[in-house]
Design a protein around this ligand. Structure first.
Ligand code: PGA
Length: 253
């Protein structure tokens, strides 16, 4: 059984393109690591910008290191890209793939995301696979079709692996960074829908987390739902006190 199968909840900090110096990153990391030590039943994963990874010390296993992206090839002429092998060499155990900010700004497609998920698995890194609809897609009644398309595209290549672990993060695009989260009820409905899709891949272990304006105030509403196995936290993960409070909620559930 892998670590995340027996721990209570998974809390992932997505620092995005913050903070702006290595010193600040080390300070924030050390504070969040201390907070994580107080809640050992929670799987705490911190995803800083890749340039800070080598400065961060995750050796005591109270937190795990995650990256925010990877490229699908192992090496070669791919200017600016970073492979799973390189990340693994820096102690990275998890990687965010298909975040909606990359889908929107970098035009990442389901096919590219599928290749990245396979590359992560090939490097023995657990993908944190993000799916989520836009507000337009939600309002037009297309939400479940969009989510199914994203899921199937992302999981396209995993049948080449005999086993593995994947964290699926349901992150409605309109809820990210807006202060307006999805409701826990709708989130559970989506997760139950996504679970049906992944039941075809019985050799894999899937965990499902929610992301999108989750913070220390609303965390409990989501995390008390059995189907919501954790959270992907953006804004609130940049403040040590707010992030500690989310960890405490997760630990107390
Ligand atoms: P947010 O970001 O918590 O700031 O909404 C979540 C995410 O993008 O992972």
């Amino acid at each position: 059984m892998s670590d995340i199968e027996h721990k209570k909840k998974i809390i992932i900090a997505n620092w995005k393109m913050n903070p702006s110096s290595a010193d600040e990153a080390v300070t924030l990391f050390e504070l969040e690591k201390e907070a994580a030590k107080e809640h050992p039943s929670v799987t705490t994963i911190i995803c800083p910008p890749v340039v800070y990874l080598s400065a961060l010390n995750a050796n005591d296993a109270s937190v795990a290191l995650g990256a925010q992206n990877l490229f699908w090839e192992k090496d070669g002429a791919y200017t600016g890209e970073i492979s799973g092998t390189m990340l693994r060499g820096l102690g990275v155990e998890y990687v965010i793939v298909g975040h909606s900010e990359r889908r929107a700004h970098l035009k990442e497609t389901d096919e590219m995301i599928g290749k990245k998920i396979s590359a992560a698995l090939a490097s023995n890194i657990v993908p944190i696979f993000c799916v989520g609809e836009t507000l337009e897609e939600k309002n037009s009644g297309d939400k479940f079709n969009v989510l199914e398309r994203q899921m199937r595209g992302g999981l396209e290549g995993i049948s080449h692996f005999s086993s593995g672990t994947i964290i699926v993060a349901y992150e409605p695009r309109w809820a990210i960074g807006t202060g307006v989260p999805e409701t826990p009820e709708q989130t559970v409905e989506v997760i139950q829908f996504l679970k049906k899709i992944v039941s075809e891949y019985s050799e894999f272990h899937f965990s499902f987390v929610y992301g999108g304006s989750l913070d220390e105030i609303n965390a409990e509403l989501f995390l008390r739902e059995k189907d919501v196995e954790g959270a992907l936290v953006g804004g609130a993960s940049l403040d040590k006190d707010r992030f500690s409070s989310v960890l405490k909620v997760a630990s107390d559930i």
